[in-house]
Design a protein around this ligand. Structure first.
Ligand code: DGJ
Length: 735
C-alpha cells in the first residue's frame, strides 16, 4: 500500500521508492501539507510544525483569540484567494453576488487501486498494478463548491500525479477565475529554481537561480506551451548537483497557456502553484457542472540526473501511448530542408530513391504538397493533393516510394488556415478574429477555433480521408504560430473566457480520435520546431520535432536542456546540410550524426548532392543507430559535461540491463597541444569490466567513473567521437 490513512491523527501518507508525502486534516478541516521529501516513513511529522504565536497574521473565525493557526502561514495542500491566505493562490472563485474567494475544508477521502483518468485531458496511465489513487474532497459550504484533489501514487516509479476537480454542487452559478492544478508548499529549506526558457530555434535552455522573496512566474499566454518557457520546473537545494542533493520536479501535462508561480514567503517557505494560465481564463460553473484541471507530474530525486531519469521512464511508459511508444522508430528522411516549397513528384522521388539506397526507412513529405501551397501564403486548410506539383496524384507518388521498400509519411498543420484557401473562403467564421479588428498574422496564417465541434468534424473527416485513402504510416503534426484575437463566434460573450482552454481540449479531442482511428500511424508533434514540446502532446505523439535549428552545435544545447525532463526517444533529431541553413556553420557529417543519433533519428538534406564518402558515412550511421538504439532509447541518460563548458559537450547512455553503454562527445572549441577532452563516465558498475570497443581494451567501471577516460586529441572544426562499452566477464587488462 503506497497510501495510508492514520485515523487517530487524521494523517495521510503517500510513499514512493524514495519519497514520502504527508498531509493532515486539522481540527478546523484545513488540509495541511506536512511534508514532501526523502522517505521519512509514516512517522508523524507534525512535530516540526510547531504551534506558536503567529502575531498579526489573520486567524480562522473559529479560533478568534488564539493566534497559532493562520491560513496565511500554514502549509496547505491547496490554496484559494480571499480567505486569509495571502500567498499566491491556486484558485480564485467568483460567486454569483460578486463576492470572491473560497474556504475549502475537508469532507472525506477515498483510497482506491489504479490510476484516475481526466476526461478530455492527457493523463498518466497505469500499466497494471503500478498506481494507487487518493481523492480528497474539500468543500466551501457557503459557496456550494466542492473541490476534489486527486493524487496518483506510482510508488516504484517515484512519481506522484496531481490534479483538481471543481464541482458546483450548490444552487447558484459560480465562476473560476483561476483553477490551478497543484499547490505545493515546502515549509523549510533553501531552494534554487531551475526553469527552461528559450525562443524559436533555441528552446529549453536551463536557468538556475535562488528562489527570491518574490513571486517568480514562468509561463506562456500564447495559447501553446511555447518556445519561450516550458511547463516544467525543478526546485533543488543550493548544493544539488547531477549526482546528489534534494531535487523536486513539477511538470504540467498541458499544451496551452500555463503558469508556474514560485513564491518565497515571509517565513522563507516556498510555494509552487502550477496550472492553466489565468490570463484570459474565466470559467463559468453552473449548478451541477464541473471543471477538471490538467495533471502535474511530481517527482523527487537525489540529484538532477535521477530526476531526469524518473521523467524519461515515466513519459515513455506512462504518458506516451499507442503502438509506437516503446517501439523502435524508423530512420526517416524529411524533404523540408532539401526542397522547402520547391518540390514536385520527380524531385521527391529522386530524394526518396537515394535515401532508400542508403538504408533510410521512411520518407516524410513535408509542407508544400497540398492544394494552393506554393509558399507560406496560401493553402492551409485545404488538405487535398496539389496536382500542379504531383500531376499523377499523391497516391501515385506514395506507390512509387513504398515500391522502394520505404514507408511514407506526410506533414499537416490542421489547426491553421490561410485566408487564401477554400476553407477560409467557405468558413471565415472558423478562424479566430475579433469583429471589426484586423487580426494579428503569424506566418501569414490564422488559427482555427478548435473549440468548435464543426471545425473538428471537418478536420477529422478530411484527415481521415487522407489517411484512409493513402498508404501513410507517419504524420508530422505542425503548429506554426501563437494564438491572438482569441474570440469564438460559437460562444456567447459570458463564455469567451473558456475559449483558450476549450481550444486545447479541441486539439486533444481531434488527436484522440485520429490516433484511435489510425493506430498504425506514428504521429510526430511539431510547432515551428519545439514550441509545443510538453507532456500533454507526448500523450498523443510519442515524438516531437525538437527545434527548427538543425545546426548540431546549437542542438547540443537544445538536446541537453530538453534532457532534464524529456526522453531521447521523444526528441525528433535530423542530420541536415552543411553549411547549416539556420546558422551558416559548417560541421562534419560525423558530428551531425553523433548528435542526431541521440534522438528520434533522421535526415533532412538533399542526399542526391552528397559526395560518395558522405553517403558511405550515412550508411554507417544508420547501422550504428540501430545497433545503439536500445541503449539510447530504453537506457539511462547521463549528462557528462555542464552547460558552462564551452570546450566540449559529452553525454552517455547506459542500456537498461547495464551491459552496454555509449559515450558521445563533440568538441566545440579545440584546444591546441596540451589538452585532451577528459570525462568521468557514469552509471557503470564499479566492479564490472568493460570492453572499450574503439580501443580494444578492457577497463573496470570504477576506473572509468572515478579516474575517467581521455578521448584522443581531436582537432579541426567540431569533431565528434563515440565510445562504445560492452560489459565483460573476463579479466581486466591494464590500459
Ligand atoms: C515548421 C517546422 O518546424 C519545419 O520542420 C517544417 O515542417 C516547416 N514548419 C514547414 O512549414
Amino acid at each position: 500500500m503506497s497510501i495510508h490513512f492514520d485515523e487517530p491523527s487524521r494523517r495521510l501518507t503517500l510513499r514512493t521508492e524514495t519519497a514520502s508525502y504527508q498531509m493532515q486534516i486539522d481540527d478546523l478541516g484545513y488540509l495541511r501539507h506536512l511534508y514532501y521529501g526523502r522517505d521519512a516513513g509514516e512517522q508523524a511529522l507534525t512535530y516540526f510544525h510547531r504551534q506558536y504565536d503567529l502575531g498579526f497574521s489573520g486567524n480562522p473565525y473559529e479560533r478568534r483569540w488564539e493566534r497559532t493557526n493562520s491560513p496565511d502561514l500554514i502549509p496547505l495542500e491547496y490554496s484559494a484567494s480571499g480567505t486569509g491566505d495571502y500567498r499566491v493562490p491556486a484558485s480564485v472563485v467568483l460567486r454569483a453576488d460578486g463576492s470572491r474567494g473560497a474556504d475549502f475544508r475537508y469532507v472525506s477521502h477515498e483510497i482506491r487501486p489504479g490510476k484516475y483518468a481526466l476526461p478530455g485531458l492527457p493523463a498518466a496511465y497505469d500499466n497494471g498494478g503500478e498506481c494507487e489513487t487518493l481523492v480528497v474532497t474539500l468543500r466551501d459550504h457557503s459557496a456550494g463548491l466542492t473541490l476534489q484533489l486527486y493524487y496518483g501514487v506510482f510508488a516504484a516509479l517515484d512519481m506522484i500525479t496531481r490534479a483538481a476537480v471543481f464541482l458546483n454542487d450548490g444552487n447558484a452559478p459560480l465562476r473560476l477565475e483561476k483553477a490551478g492544478s497543484v499547490c505545493l508548499d515546502l515549509p523549510f529549506g533553501d531552494w534554487d529554481l531551475v526553469h527552461f526558457h528559450g525562443r524559436h530555434c533555441l528552446e529549453r535552455q536551463p536557468e538556475r537561480l535562488p528562489v527570491p522573496h518574490l513571486v517568480t512566474t514562468v509561463g506562456s499566454d500564447r495559447g501553446m506551451s511555447s518556445h519561450q518557457h516550458n511547463p516544467f520546473v525543478i526546485l533543488c537545494d543550493h548544493e544539488a548537483t547531477e549526482d546528489a542533493g534534494e531535487c523536486y520536479g513539477l511538470m504540467l501535462a498541458y499544451s496551452g497557456s500555463f503558469r508556474a508561480e514560485i513564491e518565497r514567503s515571509q517565513t522563507d517557505a516556498v510555494r509552487v502553484v502550477m496550472g492553466i494560465s489565468e490570463q484570459d481564463f474565466s470559467w463559468p460553473l453552473k449548478p451541477g457542472e464541473q471543471f477538471v484541471t490538467p495533471e502535474v507530474l511530481l517527482t523527487r530525486a537525489d540529484g538532477l540526473t535521477k530526476l531526469s531519469q524518473n521523467y524519461h521512464r515515466f513519459i515513455r511508459r506512462n504518458i506516451c501511448r499507442g503502438a509506437h511508444h516503446l517501439q523502435r522508430r524508423p530512420v526517416l528522411i524529411n524533404n523540408w530542408e532539401a526542397t522547402y516549397f520547391d518540390l514536385d513528384a520527380e524531385r521527391i522521388f529522386a530524394l526518396a530513391k537515394e535515401a532508400a539506397e542508403l538504408g533510410v526507412e521512411l520518407f516524410v513529405l513535408d509542407d508544400g504538397w497540398f492544394r494552393g501551397r506554393a509558399d507560406d501564403n496560401a493553402g492551409l486548410g485545404d488538405w487535398f493533393e496539389n496536382r500542379d506539383k504531383l500531376p499523377n496524384g499523391l497516391k501515385d507518388l506514395i506507390d512509387r516510394i513504398t515500391g522502394l521498400g520505404m514507408r511514407f509519411g506526410i506533414w499537416v498543420e490542421p489547426e491553421m488556415v490561410n485566408e487564401n484557401s477554400d476553407l477560409y473562403r467557405a468558413h471565415p467564421d472558423w478562424a479566430f478574429t475579433v469583429p471589426g479588428r484586423k487580426p494579428v498574422m503569424g506566418r501569414n496564417q490564422l488559427v482555427l477555433d478548435m473549440s468548435r465541434a464543426d471545425v473538428r468534424a471537418y478536420l477529422f473527416d478530411v484527415l481521415s480521408a487522407l489517411l484512409r485513402d493513402h498508404d501513410i504510416s507517419y504524420v508530422k503534426w505542425d503548429m506554426n504560430r501563437s494564438l491572438a484575437d482569441v474570440f469564438s463566434r460559437a460562444l456567447p460573450p459570458e463564455r469567451q473566457g473558456e475559449v483558450l482552454h476549450r481550444h486545447i481540449l479541441g486539439v486533444y479531442d481531434l488527436l484522440e480520435r485520429l490516433t484511435a482511428a489510425f493506430p498504425h500511424v506514428l504521429f510526430e508533434g511539431c510547432s515551428g520546431g519545439g514550441g509545443r514540446f510538453d507532456a500533454g502532446m507526448l500523450y498523443y505523439t510519442p515524438q516531437i520535432w525538437l527545434s527548427d535549428d538543425t545546426d548540431p552545435i546549437e542542438r547540443l544545447k537544445i538536446q541537453r536542456g530538453t534532457s532534464f525532463g524529456y526522453p531521447v526517444s521523444a526528441m525528433g533529431a535530423h542530420v541536415s546540410a552543411s553549411p547549416n541553413h539556420q546558422t551558416g556553420r559548417s560541421t562534419p557529417i560525423r558530428t551531425r550524426g553523433v548528435v542526431a543519433m541521440s534522438g528520434a533519428f533522421g535526415y533532412e538534406l538533399d542526399l542526391t548532392k552528397l559526395p560518395a564518402e558522405e553517403k558511405e558515412e550515412i550508411r554507417r550511421q544508420i547501422r550504428q543507430f540501430h545497433a545503439d538504439e536500445d541503449t539510447a532509447h530504453d537506457g539511462l541518460y547521463y549528462r557528462l559535461s555542464d552547460g558552462e563548458n564551452r570546450w566540449f559537450t559529452a553525454w552517455q547512455t547506459v542500456s537498461a540491463d547495464g551491459a552496454r553503454s555509449v559515450v558521445n562527445l563533440v568538441v566545440q572549441n579545440p584546444e591546441p597541444f596540451a589538452k585532451v577532452p577528459h570525462v568521468c563516465l557514469r552509471g557503470l558498475e564499479p566492479e564490472a569490466r568493460y570492453l572499450l570497443e574503439e580501443e580494444q581494451i578492457v577497463v573496470t567501471g570504477a576506473a572509468l567513473m572515478y579516474a575517467g577516460y581521455s578521448f584522443p586529441r581531436m582537432l579541426g572544426d567540431y569533431p565528434a567521437a563515440q565510445l562504445h562499452l560492452i560489459r565483460q566477464d573476463g579479466e581486466c587488462d591494464a590500459p
